[in-house]
Design a protein around this ligand. Sequence first.
Ligand SMILES: Cc1cc2nc3c(=O)[nH]c(=O)nc-3n(C[C@H](O)[C@H](O)[C@H](O)COP(=O)(O)OP(=O)(O)OC[C@H]3O[C@@H](n4cnc5c(N)ncnc54)[C@H](O)[C@@H]3O)c2cc1C
Length: 392
Amino acid sequence: MRPDLFSAPDYYNLDELLTDEHKLVREAARKWVKREVSPIIETYAQKSKFPKQLIKGLSEIGAFGPYIPLEYGGAGLDQISYGLLMQEIERGDSGIRSTASVQSSLVMYPIWKYGNQEQREKYLPKLASGEWIGCFGLTEPDHGSNPSGMVTNFKDQGDHYLLNGAKMWISNAPIAQIAIVWAKDENDRVHGLIVERGMAGFSTPKTKNKWSLRTSSTGELIFDNVKIPKTNILPNKSGLGAPLGCLDSARYGIAWGAIGAAMDCYDTALRYSQERMQFGKPIGQFQLQQKKLAEMITEITKAQLLTWRLGVLKNEEKATSAQISMAKRNNVEMAINCAREARQILGGMGISGEYSIMRHAMNLESVITYEGTHDIHLLITGLDITGLNAFK
Ligand SMILES: Cc1cc2nc3c(=O)[nH]c(=O)nc-3n(C[C@H](O)[C@H](O)[C@H](O)COP(=O)(O)OP(=O)(O)OC[C@H]3O[C@@H](n4cnc5c(N)ncnc54)[C@H](O)[C@@H]3O)c2cc1C
């Protein structure tokens, strides 16, 4: 892969809206991505392998639990810093951002919010340092967009619970020490259980043949009469609202992350258009290429503004789930469109692993589907504005 020459676009001087702390956090992450991620990521994507050596650095830049309090090993940052971290990491690769998102918003967040003090003390510091990796099991083979239909269940056996069922498409599953698993009790109520690697009957087979998110390790979670200690249930929230609360936090991070991928595609295409000569001119001089680039920076700038405002609302604890859905949906589509346009600007080189664009394009095909598909987020907006539920 070519040297990483990334220079971040800021067409509307949005840096003026950031605090010194935001800029410091972003700068540290940006430098780390250039130094540690960019030089190796293409090789790992080609091999479809998670670069485990990045775990320590992710922890050091604060990407494991950015907004989790310092007392539990988190970085104690605000929501805009969290967003900027996700933006910078996804600028490098969506798969690495996925690893951090899952660890922070889908594993640490539920333990922090729905767990008891013993669970927080036992798990959060190890997750924040990267000593343990976690995963989040909601999706099942027959229940993706409709998690309320889940069949994974547990029965009270007196001194323990007995867990049965299966989850699929689970990020981090093959490398995780713990899984936050959403399952129904005997009254059909959804609860979160902490399942630990090594528990008898629990396995995590790896999902192979992915053309997308190849640096993120994906797998299944299989539960065959797994005995779960009663101390491993998350006691402070139950019902489908519990996993959906985690998804709100992760989707917010994705909204920022997608901007990172889009910025990388735009920046690469802009530089290429100034250097690549055809018909005796740089291709950036042709109106058709300028149209593509001008539309890309317009859409990136709109997404930056939308997402910064969402961050302010999150900091004030006013952001609604529907607002988060709108940003996730808008930004991921915007990023996919940028990746497709950038790929064309690079001509044949657009499909080469020498540049990051094709990898971003393929990665974003997962990002537009996971954590609620593009269609589902539109229906959430539809429900919010009409009051009429298209899911029923
Ligand atoms: C790489 C990757 C990593 C993932 N990581 C995780 C993870 O860590 N944890 C986890 O729990 N899950 C994870 N997922 C699963 C992901 O969240 C689901 O794939 C997603 O929610 C969609 O579910 P599905 O694949 O079953 O598609 P389906 O729900 O079967 O949807 C298929 C199509 O039908 C459409 N559709 C469904 N219902 C409606 C409706 N009511 N109206 C209109 N259209 C509809 C959808 O939009 C989609 O286009 C991951 C997925 C991928 C690809």
